[in-house]
Design a protein around this ligand. Structure first.
Ligand code: AHR
Length: 518
């Protein structure tokens, strides 16, 4: 063989090797449909509505006399959109507001209720028009469960015990008669009752040991008819801190069903100078999305703590505040936590869902902050207008995952998405067997500029096809603004197997949810 022929052969071999390596490096996703995991509790898709800014007043409640169409004061358009989202649960009245809320201010004729100042959020008047009866009217209109958060910070054990008795009592006690006189004969169904919120901070700046003793004391007096006993929740830690999980799970025994944990995400990763909700550079796109890794880490660690202190797995983890938090929207009251909601938020929500599904054995509820007009909202309103945010669509696409059975997935050759010093997995996936028996798959391509192809398998087989929706847009900060054309909404997505392989092309910055066939 001549030297030239040898050189050609060597070049060819190199090309073949490179091509082989490229093929081997293609992402492959395998769904282990034969290894069912825990049920993904529908309350993982729960919501949070606090007396904060226009989250309740204006956004949801306009009052029965309003020109905005309403049912007993609750906006028809917003409630309709939330019903379509199959909201399974609403947490109320806070948040930090809960530890300044006295429930007796919110019962009886609305005209006689006291006006207070919402000192935590914006210093605005709170006329208590929305109280216990109105809240339960809302959740009953939605067909959702009720999560009531009691006041520990400025309340008393008597006040917390009596609120529960007022809501759930059945007998002749005066407090129950009072509920009847206020228009409700049948007890309210309270599914969850928490003592305090962020007791490490706005709820009283406590130490976990002090709060654990306080919880033991207060919980002693929480009594209800057996068939209307809520899950009782202790206020837990924040962000990466699992000390509270450790102390609470070791020290409390009675009337204790779960621990609440909070973790928000900021593009900069810092509380001061969080970053803008829109008009951001790619560094802040990946900066925000990459932080979902910390949610996974804190849940892994919390589960390890609970497995040690609660091996019988009686206690649940309730991730009852999460979501994006940006610098205040220019021109808005900083205490109202108004922020734009973009495609980035939709992907952030999807990444959280994947993590919550993966930890569904312990995580039995999560509540995004917050449902309307506040932080990472589902819906934005102004007067009689309404816009469904990209986050709304992320929730809507995942409806089949409510009460579905989680299925493990393996993702080989997951491309790394890197920008500057920040990196994260390029692709994320979660699969489940829906209550309807179908196999559902949720996929995210976090890369802001590159599409990705992946090969899909169910066990060793290539499925026949997938069909569902994709959520993406041209700009990272595409959003649905009030009174303007919609920019972000799900579009049909499907793919068929060819030559024994099912390959999916995920556009850059996309969320895809499909039913897998065959
Ligand atoms: O969701 C806004 C606030 O964030 C809540 O009131 C508080 O619990 C948290 O710090």
């Amino acid at each position: 063989m001549t030297r030239r022929a040898l050189a050609t052969l060597a070049t060819l071999a190199t090309h073949l090797l490179l091509a082989g390596a490229a093929l081997a490096a293609e992402p492959t996703l395998t769904i282990r449909a034969d290894q069912p995991g825990p049920v993904i509790h529908r309350n993982i898709y729960g919501q949070f509505a606090e007396h904060l800014g226009t989250g309740i007043y204006e956004g949801l409640w306009v009052g029965p006399g309003s020109k905005v169409p309403n049912v007993r004061g609750w906006r028809k358009d917003v409630v309709g959109a939330l019903k379509a989202l199959k909201v399974p649960l609403v947490r109320w009245p806070g948040g930090c507001f809960a530890d300044e809320y006295h429930w007796r201010d919110g019962i009886g004729p609305r005209s006689k209720r006291p006006v207070k100042i919402n000192t935590h959020w914006g210093g605005v008047p709170e006329n208590n028009a929305v109280g216990t009866h109105e809240f339960f009217d809302l959740v009953e209109q939605l067909g959702a469960e009720a999560y009531v958060n009691a006041n520990v910070g400025t309340g008393t054990p008597q006040e917390a015990a009596e609120w529960l008795e007022y809501m759930t009592g059945e007998g002749e006690a005066t407090i129950v008669q009072q509920r009847r006189m206020n228009g409700r004969d049948k007890p309210f169904r309270v599914h969850y009752y928490a003592l305090g919120n962020e007791t490490w901070g706005c709820g009283g700046n406590m130490r976990p040991e002090y709060y654990a003793d306080l919880y033991r004391h207060w919980a002693t007096f929480l009594k209800t008819p057996a068939h209307n006993r809520p899950q009782f929740i202790a206020s837990g830690g924040n962000d990466r801190d699992t000390t509270w999980t450790e102390v609470l799970s070791k020290s409390i025994r009675h009337n204790f069903d779960g621990i609440a944990h909070h973790a928000y995400t900021f593009p900069s990763g810092k509380w001061e100078g969080k970053g803008a909700a829109a008009g951001f550079p790619e560094a802040e796109w990946i900066g925000l999305l990459s932080q979902v890794g910390k949610i996974d880490a804190v849940l892994t660690q919390s589960r390890a703590v609970l497995d040690k202190n609660d091996p019988k797995k009686r206690l649940a983890l309730y991730f009852d505040e999460w979501g994006s938090w940006y610098d205040p929207e220019p021109g808005s009251n900083p205490g109202f936590l108004v922020q734009r909601n973009t495609l980035r938020d939709a992907l952030l929500a999807g990444l959280h869902f994947h993590v919550f599904h993966a930890h569904a054995e312990r995580v039995k509820m999560s509540n995004i902050a917050q449902m309307v007009n506040v932080l990472q909202a589902m819906i934005l309103t102004s007067k009689d207008q309404l816009a469904l945010t990209p986050t709304y669509h992320a929730f809507a696409l995942h409806i089949p995952f409510q009460d579905a059975t989680a299925l493990p997935v393996t993702l080989e050759h997951n491309p790394v998405y890197q920008l500057g010093g920040t990196q994260m997995p390029g692709l994320s996936a979660s699969a489940a067997r829906g209550k309807d028996g179908k196999l559902y798959l949720s996929l995210i391509n976090a890369n802001a500029s590159q599409s990705s192809e992946l090969t899909l398998r169910v066990g060793a087989q290539a499925p026949r096809s997938v069909k569902g929706h994709v959520l993406t847009a041209a700009a990272m900060d595409a959003q649905n603004e009030l009174g303007k054309p919609t920019q972000v909404q799900p579009q049909p997505f499907e793919a068929q197997a060819a030559e024994g392989q099912l390959r999916l092309r995920l556009p850059a910055k996309s969320l895809v949810v499909v039913a897998v066939e065959g």
